[in-house]
Write a protein that binds this ligand. Structure first.
Ligand code: PLP
Length: 450
């Protein structure tokens, strides 16, 4: 063997040895990290998920139904037996989803989720507003006043801005420090609009969310809808966060439109529904097909709809258990924070609040820093709505409740689910005081509630 060939041999052996060493040390580090080195006390596959308002995992029964339904490949619009079978299953799911909110199956339109449902309502209003007269029940044509709240989800906020660009006037109702909309101002706006002789100043639509995704505050939708109706306006509520967590009954609420989404109730992502009361105006956002009576074109996502149906069935069945379980643990978390961490602010309404939601401001600590430190401890939370986090803007919801930008930046949303355990809550209660104390030590901003 020549000398250079020998060198090459030694070199390649060394390289192989180095790779093995590298792999071994990497796996050693990862094991260390998982077993308590870099991520103390929790293994990575046992993370604590407290971000159920962002999305829920698929329930195991829903997952089974979903996997099973994937076999139903036929186009539900096809006239042959395969197609008719899928169509029948879709109608079954529709009936279950309708019964979850006490609607008629014919009043449910399947969409891709909450965002599309909300956009569909606002899009319909653009058509109504631009029409001089309409043949519909209350002749909404030409009215151009839209009322919403200042704490809506971004998909409603953006739709409201879009409808403004189309020539409507939008009033954004303020909320009090607990997130309840200002009913007096609402009444004044409705009254002034209706009293106007100019048709374009009259109220067309009110859209107010049933429960807020960040602070969990629940509005009195029944009262707000009845006020809208007494001034001949339509009423829409985004109930994405309410459905499956608290009772939702479209008849009792008296709403004309209601939005729901499967992935917040242990169903799949990319599927949702819009409830449209019989006789209320509705226009397709997506055109070009006869599906959903021409109101939402596109080949049916049969498996997702069937899984949504199963999720709705479970949500009806578990509603009471969900409320009791999450409320108990949420209160334990809240009371634990109050007793263990000085100078915090609990956001949202103390009673009119989702049972699973707790939003807390920790002055003197950055929300993103808290999130990252919790993340390293194996705990998943959110600093606001999942869609809004990623931007450095303070939460518009907290700002609307009068929390200043500094406090808003130091806020964390904990949202619990059916699988949350007492041990998980106690672990968070153990970690959180240390994290906040550490961050406050390095902070240049005050850790006192003003
Ligand atoms: N409305 C609210 C209150 C929400 O919390 C969300 C999602 O976070 C949406 C609408 C959007 O729903 P989807 O993700 O199904 O589009």
């Amino acid at each position: 063997m020549s000398e250079s060939n020998m060198d090459k041999g030694i070199y390649s052996n060394l390289l192989a040895l180095a790779s093995v060493f590298c792999i071994l040390s990497m796996s050693f580090f990862l094991r260390m990290a998982r077993e308590g080195g870099a991520f103390p006390a929790r293994s990575m596959n046992k993370r604590i998920y407290l971000d159920f308002n962002a999305t829920t995992p698929l329930d195991s029964l829903v997952k089974d139904a979903y996997i099973h339904a994937l076999e139903d490949f036929a186009n539900a619009s096809s006239l042959h037996e395969d197609g008719r079978a899928v169509h029948a299953k879709i109608e079954q799911a529709r009936a279950i989803i309708a019964s979850l909110i006490h609607a008629k199956p014919s009043e449910i339109i399947f969409t891709s989720g909450g965002s599309e449902s909300n956009n569909t309502v606002f899009n319909t209003m653009i058509s109504s507003a631009l029409t001089k007269t309409s043949r519909s029940r209350d002749n909404w044509g030409g009215k151009r006043l839209v009322i919403t709240s200042s704490i809506e989800h971004p998909c409603v906020m953006e739709s409201a801005r879009h409808i403004e660009e189309a020539g409507c006037t939008v009033e954004y109702l303020p909320v009090d420090s607990q997130g309840i909309v200002d009913v007096d101002q609402y009444a004044r706006i409705l009254h002034a609009g209706s009293a106007s002789a100019a048709r374009e100043k009259q109220p067309l639509l009110v859209s107010i969310m049933m429960a807020n995704n960040e602070i969990g505050t629940i509005q009195d939708i029944q009262k707000l809808a009845s006020m809208a109706h007494s001034y001949h306006a339509l009423f829409h509520t985004d109930a994405v966060q309410a459905v499956g967590k608290i009772p939702v009954d479209v008849e009792a609420l008296g709403v004309d439109y209601l939005t729901l989404s499967a992935h917040k109730i242990y169903g799949p992502k990319g599927i949702g529904a819009l409830y449209v009361r019989e006789g209320s105006p509705i226009e397709p956002l997506i055109r070009g097909g006869h599906q959903e009576k021409g109101l939402r074109a596109g080949t049916y996502n049969g498996p997702a709809i069937e899984a949504f149906g199963e999720a709705a069935r479970l949500a009806s069945e578990r509603l009471e258990v969900y409320g009791t379980h999450t409320r108990l643990l949420r209160n334990r978390l809240r009371d634990g924070f109050v007793s263990k961490i000085p100078d915090i602010r609990i956001n949202g309404h103390p009673e009119q609040v989702l049972p699973n939601t707790l939003d807390v401001s920790f002055p003197g600590a950055e929300g993103e820093a808290i999130l990252l430190m919790l993340d390293l401890s194996g705990i998943s939370v959110s600093t606001g709505s999942a869609c809004a986090s990623g931007s450095l803007e303070p939460s518009h919801v907290l700002m609307a409740t009068g929390v200043g930008p500094e406090l808003a930046h130091g806020s964390i949303r904990f949202s619990l689910g059916l699988s949350t355990t007492e041990a998980e809550i106690d672990f968070v209660l153990e970690k959180m005081p240390q994290i906040i104390a550490k961050l406050r030590r390095f902070s240049t901003v005050s850790s006192k509630i003003e």
